[in-house]
Design a protein around this ligand. Structure first.
Ligand code: NAD
Ligand code: UDP
Length: 330
């Protein structure tokens, strides 16, 4: 893949976020020129520290809901990745209208740009488009069970609409699109304030604070390590040939939130107590990807075990907490 990516000109929208910043680093390492655009709503320039040290990297502050400025549209691109959108439930629900428009208008603006530049476009969709699934595990052929009026709808329906726009665009011959349906992903650079389960549990365990389990903790998720996921996104972007349709990317190892708590407590050696809070509205009961399509079409499957991935994540959160302590003591 390296030889294809070398010298590509790549736009990464949402590149200052958790996944986007890892993607920028990988693209730079493989020889691409990378322009990251982001409104820094949930992302941070700190995530881009390594990227900024690279001569082939550039950052432009921009909100994809608005028409893209000339200093972006005047450039040449070979590839456009759209990762722009808050992914944590409390954060994407904080301004639901902006979240919905980020997926719908943001995707439209980036698709128009990809048409103008003849650049291949990749949308990061989500397992949330399956809602609270009646089919388990979830294959790409499952149409989902989403509440279109609930508090998660701004995200779920926004992504469903972004998928629709992307496939209509492709069918109309206006460009080549790739759609990844990403399942829960974790790793270094998740923000401690992000509100997602892995970042909450790890930061609580390291601080010796109470662990918050929503509901009784019997709901399941399947967690993929970030390096595996980014490899899947790049493999999908570089996949040639006819439109493959949406492709699930995730790790099929499924566990309950209670089981995840036990693993985090064991790996951190923490004696934090578990507390329970109400289950959020429309919280899906279970989620596990069927990744047979990714395996067949892309020859992709995750290789990082939960223990390896969580250990790397815990180390990173620990370093961050120590750095904050040193900074506040100085
Ligand atoms: P994140 O919140 O860390 O990153 C999202 C980035 O998009 C942030 O840098 C944010 O500032 C930026 N952004 C948000 N709205 C924007 C706008 N209107 N204009 C420009 N930039 C904007 O989330 P993440 O986990 O890195 O997720 C990245 C993408 O992957 C998202 O589209 C998300 O829906 C998708 N995804 C992630 C997961 C996961 O588990 N991490 C799962 C499914 C889908
Ligand atoms: N969750 C939890 N405690 C937390 C944060 C989340 O028990 O501190 C639960 C949440 O209710 C959900 C699961 O963990 O059932 C995954 O939540 P997350 O927000 O990470 O992702 P999503 O719900 O979007 O899959």
């Amino acid at each position: 893949m390296t030889s294809r990516i070398r010298n590509q000109s790549v736009l990464v929208a949402g590149g200052a976020g958790f996944l986007g910043s890892h993607l920028c680093d990988r693209l730079l390492a493989e020889g691409a020129r990378v322009l990251c655009i982001d409104n820094l709503l949930t992302g941070s320039l700190d995530n881009l520290e390594r990227a900024f040290s690279h001569p082939r990297f550039e950052f432009i502050l921009a909100d994809v809901v608005k028409p893209l400025p000339g200093r972006i549209t005047r450039r040449r691109f070979d590839r456009i990745y759209n990762l722009a959108c808050a992914a944590s439930p409390p954060l994407y629900q904080a301004d639901p209208e902006h979240t919905l428009l980020t997926s719908v208008l943001g995707t439209k603006h980036l698709l128009d740009l990809s048409e103008a530049k003849a650049a291949r476009f990749l949308l990061t969709s989500t397992s949330e488009i399956y809602g609270d699934p009646h089919v388990h595990p979830q294959p790409e052929t499952y149409w989902g069970n989403v509440n279109s009026t609930g508090p998660r709808a701004c995200y779920d329906e926004g992504k469903r609409c972004a998928e629709t726009l992307s496939f209509d665009f492709d069918r109309a011959g206006r460009g080549e699109v790739r759609v990844a349906r990403i399942f829960n992903t974790y790793g270094p650079r998740l923000s401690a304030e992000d509100g997602r389960v892995v970042s909450n549990l790890v930061s609580q365990a390291l601080a010796g604070a109470d662990i918050t389990v929503f509901g009784d903790g019997s709901q399941t998720r399947s967690f993929c390590y970030v390096a595996d996921l980014v490899g899947g996104l790049m493999a999908l972007m570089e996949h040639d040939g006819p439109q493959p349709g949406p492709i699930n990317l995730g790790n099929p190892t499924e566990l309950t939130v209670r089981e995840l708590v036990e693993v985090v407590l064991e790996l951190t050696g923490s004696s934090s107590e578990v507390t329970h809070a109400p289950l959020p509205t429309d919280d899906p009961r279970r989620r596990r990807p069927d990744i047979s399509k990714a395996a067949t079409v892309l020859d992709w499957r995750p290789s990082t075990s939960l223990t390896q991935g969580l250990n790397a994540t815990i180390d990173w959160f620990d370093q961050q907490a120590r750095a904050r302590k040193v900074a506040s003591a100085a």
